[in-house]
Design a protein around this ligand. Structure first.
Ligand code: HPA
Ligand code: ZN
Length: 326
């Protein structure tokens, strides 16, 4: 893993991070042993050999399979603590972390064990790791919308400490338009709204997320470049796009990092930030993403600082915390 030089440790906010995507192979084996969960891999090497992806779905298959080791509140807490420790070293000072409660409920893990496990660690993350934190409940777009609506009701009823909702999982053929009622309910409850759009799906899914779900941010959004009018709109309205360069390479949205459109997006004036998405799967945390971008594109100190400032400005951090980080 490349170690970022000091000048890369910009205080930044990580806005696109799936906590289940931080489950490192070592922790997968540790939790499986603790819970007596049988793994379909004999050892770490065999597990690591599966981390070659051809598209989003090939990654999701492994991501959901590996979740099987998460059984208890302590498992969720340990995973969250491990991420925060690593993120602090990467220069992250504020995180808005997605969790997939629906995926865990479907496996028979009670909502409270998942949410309380993560939230109990986030409650003291500023004191323990110097990272302020918010939690986003993400819903699975390849499952029925009614199921997501039911899980949202349970989250609201139990007063789960979430700042907002998101939409993730397999994007192709699962457009935002199916989730209008879910997002309306979330907004009415005072929650922030984000959604993955334009990762593998077409650019008009980004428009749908904005026009129908009224999202505050777009996760990914790289496919906006297929539509120049949409780019103009995103620039004009300063819509934040949470870009995940290594994720895009590993899921084959682009062939190599050199082909990534991030410099083009910055030059167009888009409000982009750099994020790690599922760092245990895609070859690096935020500092690795920054370091590889800088080295690949020879980004200037000003460009790197702009990316860090964008991340804080696009965050849902409390005003006093935003002011501290800007
Ligand atoms: N894309 C969509 N869904 C996801 C991802 C992702 O990169 N990671 C976890 N769920
Ligand atoms: Zn994501």
């Amino acid at each position: 893993m490349p170690t970022a030089p000091d000048e890369l440790l910009l205080p930044c906010a990580e806005l696109h991070l799936h906590i289940e995507g931080t489950l490192e192979p070592e922790l997968i084996f540790e939790l499986a042993a603790r819970n007596g969960t049988a793994l379909p891999y004999a050892n770490l090497e065999e597990l690591r050999s599966r981390y070659e992806f051809t598209d989003l779905q090939s990654f999701l298959d492994l991501y959901y399979a590996n979740m099987e080791v998460l059984r208890t509140q302590a498992d969720f807490a340990d995973m969250t603590r491990a991420y925060l420790r690593r993120a602090a070293a990467a220069g992250v000072r504020h995180v808005e972390m997605m969790v997939d409660p629906q995926a865990h409920l479907l496996r028979g893990v009670p909502l409270a064990d998942c949410i309380n496990g993560v939230a109990s660690v986030l409650a003291t993350s500023l004191e323990d790791f110097g990272i302020s934190a918010e939690l986003i409940a993400a819903f699975l777009r390849d499952r029925p919308a009614a199921e997501a609506e039911e899980v949202l009701e349970q989250l609201l009823e139990s007063r789960a400490p979430i700042v907002g909702i998101g939409l993730d999982s397999a994007e192709a053929d699962n457009p935002p338009e199916g989730f209008v009622a879910l997002y309306r309910r979330a907004r009415d409850a005072g929650l922030k709204c984000v959604a993955h759009a334009g990762e593998e799906g077409p650019s008009h899914y980004i428009e749908q997320a904005l026009d129908l779900l009224l999202v505050d941010r777009i996760d990914h959004g790289v496919r906006c470049l297929d539509d120049s009018e949409l780019v103009d709109r995103l620039v004009r309205d300063r819509v934040p796009l949470t870009i995940c360069p290594l994720s895009n390479v590993r899921l084959r949205s682009v062939d190599t990092l050199l082909d990534h459109p991030l410099p083009q997006m910055l030059a167009a004036g888009l409000n982009v930030s750099v994020n790690s998405d599922d760092p245990a799967y895609f070859g690096g945390y935020v500092d690795d993403n920054f370091a590889l971008l800088r080295d690949t594109f020879d980004l200037s100190a000003d460009q790197l600082a702009q990316l860090a400032v964008n991340s804080v400005e696009a965050s849902f951090a409390q005003p006093a915390r935003r002011a501290e980080l800007l």
